[in-house]
Design a binder for this molecule. Sequence first.
Ligand SMILES: Nc1ncnc2c1ncn2[C@@H]1O[C@H](COP(=O)(O)OP(=O)(O)OP(=O)(O)O)[C@@H](O)[C@H]1O
Length: 247
Amino acid sequence: MSRAAGAGEALLEVDSVAKSYGALDVLTAVHLSVPAGQALGIVGPNGAGKSTLLSVINGTERASAGTVRFAGRDVTAVGADARARAGMGRTFQIPRPFTHLTVFENALAGATAGAGLHGRAADDRALEALVLADMLDVANTPAGALPLLGRKRLELARALATDPQLLLLDEIAGGLTEAECDSLVETIRTLHASGVTIIWIEHVVRALLAVVERLVCLASGVIVADGEPDAVMRSDEVQAVYLGGGL
Ligand SMILES: Nc1ncnc2c1ncn2[C@@H]1O[C@H](COP(=O)(O)OP(=O)(O)OP(=O)(O)O)[C@@H](O)[C@H]1O
């Protein structure tokens, strides 16, 4: 199967997606069309449904209604593992490395379990992911010994080891110092420049705005603003959402 989206077709199409947990409606009729190569940021208050949207996109959670299309294929009923093999990589808000394994072995797990690679191909892909995530110098360090920035980078490397066309980042900059954040932003900018499509949820708006060319604001499970980042941040809708709380 070709992994490329057809000419003029979005790489990702989220159409009328809803997600409920019992009586709790977390997402309501979300529409999102993401062209190949775009870096899209998602902001929104705590509990807005941002992580849930990423989960519905990568298949960790199934949509209660609506469809998700990826690279020209309806993946709504496809599980997360198959979506990863089809080209979606995701980092999680709380890094969950195998702490007793080395950085390289963690990346290798992404290449084997995530991308379904074996042997030399898996080794090569894991190494490539470590290069992209700027972690080659700590390849033999146990993951459990990494400082926070290292754990964030490892989360990125594990996602990159699946060789994603679409990279989903969930609050990867949270908790870092300004200098650490800047270095991670540089890595993500390089990935974006190489053509990877990115959807990035982030509360550290400064980091987001240094990379993305489009910004969406999600509030109470609904997209309330979508467009050029500075214009979105200044919009009445976003100001109203953050009134009192602040970004
Ligand atoms: N598995 C689940 N079962 C029940 N409720 C859930 C589940 N996952 C998320 N929720 C609820 O859905 C809502 C949205 O959560 P979500 O984590 O998507 O928000 P978020 O915008 O990512 O928030 P934050 O910025 O704090 O990470 C919250 O009220 C949360 O408690």
